[in-house]
Design a protein around this ligand. Structure first.
Ligand code: SAM
Length: 289
């Protein structure tokens, strides 16, 4: 089986198996060896590593990962791709192919089973329709991981690394920056994929912090506050949180916490830094108790 990562060999494999792209699974396969090298370099994959690849497609990036990693676990939802993967990955004894929906598998169980619970690296050219739920699941379920190196839509990569006061700032920015240090690796034009997507893409690496940069009493409550603050973006923080109804805190208490923090009662959530959200949620929680 020839190495993938170029248009010619990709077309050959697709024709051999008479494969039809499924739009609902966000299938855009990489055909640029240079970009593939950059992704695997950025992920700093070594022969000590167990890598989880989400959505291997026809196994293009999996081949690059298998060359460098100790083991690769490749989770693919589309059953029509499984015979193709068994073919393209047949030279690699260190790859396990799983026909599963990544949003439904127990990733902690995979880490336990294949890496004895030690931190893994996640590498993926993600289907764009599930980028945010995958990232949130990896972080919120506290999957043991060192880093996530992923291809995402350019705008989503921008959202992950911006701070307050910009239109892209939101719950995703705060979640990513609470758990990890984000770094843009490379911008990727649509011409590097088959078929070409309608959007520009970016590879971003999220390096997991050993300890989050802010201290919070209750992480779940912090993110409930953050979500409520951005759910109604154009409302003031006080109105947004009062309307949320699930935080167990009165309007008067929200206003008094803002006063203690020397913030205006008409402040909007989009102006608060991660540090301010942490302090704010800690104070709200102490008043709720
Ligand atoms: N990694 C390949 C590459 O770079 O050429 C394919 C990337 S393609 C953008 C996304 C892949 O994720 C597709 O193979 C698609 O079938 C798969 N996929 C989509 N949703 C998935 C899910 N929920 N769980 C696992 N795989 C999924």
């Amino acid at each position: 089986m020839a190495t993938l990562g170029n248009a010619k060999n990709t077309i050959e494999v697709l024709q051999k198996y008479n494969f039809n792209f499924q739009k609902k699974f966000g299938q855009n396969f990489l055909i640029d060896a240079n970009i593939l090298e950059k992704i695997v370099d950025a992920a700093q994959v070594t022969e000590e590593d167990c890598v989880l690849e989400i959505g291997p497609g026809i196994g293009t990036m999996t081949q690059y990962l298998a060359e460098r990693a100790k083991t690769v676990i490749a989770v693919e939802i589309d059953k029509n791709l499984i015979p193709i993967l068994q073919d393209t990955l047949s030279p690699y004894a260190n790859v396990t192919i799983m026909n599963e929906d990544i949003l439904k598998v127990d990733i902690n169980h995979i880490v336990d089973k294949y890496n004895g619970g030690k931190p893994i690296k996640v590498v993926a050219n993600l289907p764009y329709y599930i980028t945010t739920p995958i990232i949130m699941a990896l972080f919120e379920k506290h999957v043991a991981l060192q880093s996530i190196t992923i291809m995402v839509q350019k705008e989503v990569a921008d959202r992950m690394q911006v701070g307050p006061g910009t239109k892209d700032y939101g719950a995703l920015s705060l979640a990513v920056q609470y758990y990890a240090h984000p770094e843009i690796v490379v911008r990727v034009p649509a011409s590097c994929f088959m078929p070409r997507p309608n959007v520009d893409s970016t590879v971003i690496r999220l390096t997991r912090y050993e300890k989050p940069p802010v201290e919070v009493t209750d992480e779940v409550y912090l993110f409930a506050v953050i979500r409520a603050s951005f759910n109604q973006r154009r409302k003031t923080l006080v109105n947004g949180l009062t309307n949320a109804g699930n935080l167990g805190i009165s309007r008067d208490n929200i206003i008094s916490v803002l006063e203690e923090m020397q913030l205006s009662p008409t402040v909007r959530g989009e102006t608060l830094t991660l540090e301010q959200f942490a302090e704010f949620s800690n104070c709200l929680l102490s008043k709720r108790a």
